[in-house]
Ligand binder design. Structure first.
Ligand SMILES: Nc1ncnc2c1ncn2[C@@H]1O[C@H](COP(=O)(O)OP(=O)(O)OP(=O)(O)O)[C@@H](O)[C@H]1O
Ligand SMILES: [Mg+2]
Length: 263
């Protein structure tokens, strides 16, 4: 068995498409035969709801607090598993603050199970607090979704600083491996300027695949469905399928991605 890869999907700016990306990248990878664990590390529990889970008995909060010994894992569809969140998690940041090794708690509970999966995707909350630091400490990689907006770059130095600190003090392996441009509308000339700016900062880390604004992507969570089940013919399904292929090309040597068809 190959080693699993753990990836934190993070941006402390809210509403940039983190959760949408975790749902649909996880579903895309699962459909292409990869075994995926999606971890909801956000007290808003949007990832949990987006997968159609509304009643949560045991959540990631119980595991972080040590109330249960192993992470609760729900099977969502073939190859796709979820660690659900709940509102309780909002208190975890404060409650775990006094614990020794508080930054390592998620790593400690993920380590025994992660190798049963090809990919572990962690949906981070829109903040750079202890939960996000736990995600960076447990992760091999960070992928940052960036909304195509003229203020998108503003404040990004904060997340880069935090990742650098985590590298120095907690997890020397973690690195930013991807930046995904989301909520893209190429009719707007401004978006192209923003894309250029993002590329000057992050160069080849920027995914060739951009996620366009698409109403189906906004509708699917209320149905508890990923975009491929909700609307397989939508632009959103096309973009996230391409993103999945590009992700695989970047992670698995024998996979190629045909850039020509990504339009
Ligand atoms: N490409 C898209 N086109 C249209 N709507 C989208 C797209 N991506 C995300 N959305 C919608 O935008 C909102 C924010 O997206 P999402 O929840 O994925 O962002 P987030 O970064 O996880 O937010 P938060 O910081 O609150 O966790 C949601 O209502 C989502 O359905
Ligand atoms: Mg979210």
């Amino acid at each position: 068995m190959t080693m699993s890869v753990t990836i934190a999907i993070s941006n402390h700016k809210g509403g940039v498409g983190k959760t949408t990306t975790v749902v649909n990248l996880a579903a895309g990878l699962a459909k292409l035969g990869r075994k995926v664990l999606a971890v909801d590390l956000d007290p808003q529990a949007n990832l949990t709801f987006s997968f159609g889970v509304s009643k949560v008995e045991e959540s990631i909060y119980d595991a972080l607090k040590g109330k249960i010994e192993t992470l609760p894992v729900l099977n969502i569809q073939e190859n796709l598993y979820l660690v659900p969140s709940s509102l309780d998690l909002a208190g975890a940041e404060m409650e775990l603050n006094a614990e020794a090794g508080r930054e390592y708690i998620l790593k400690e509970i993920l380590d025994p199970i992660k190798d049963s999966y090809d990919y572990v995707l962690i949906d981070c909350p829109p903040s750079l607090g202890l939960l996000t630091i736990n995600a960076f400490t447990a992760a091999d990689e960070v992928i940052i979704p960036i909304q195509s907006h003229f203020l998108a770059i503003k404040g990004l130095t904060k997340i880069l600083e935090v990742i650098n600190k985590v590298r120095r003090r907690l997890n020397p392996n973690v690195q930013i491996t991807g930046v995904i441009i989301t909520l893209y509308d190429r009719r707007k000339i401004l978006h192209r300027d923003i894309e250029d700016t993002i590329k000057t900062y992050f160069q080849d880390k920027v995914y060739h695949t951009k996620i366009r604004e698409n109403i189906s992507l906004a509708e699917a969570p209320a149905k508890g469905a990923d975009i491929f089940s909700y609307s397989s013919g939508s632009k959103g399904a096309k973009d996230y399928y391409n993103l999945t292929l590009e992700f695989l090309a970047r992670h698995e040597k024998d996979i190629e991605f045909d850039f020509e068809h990504n339009d």
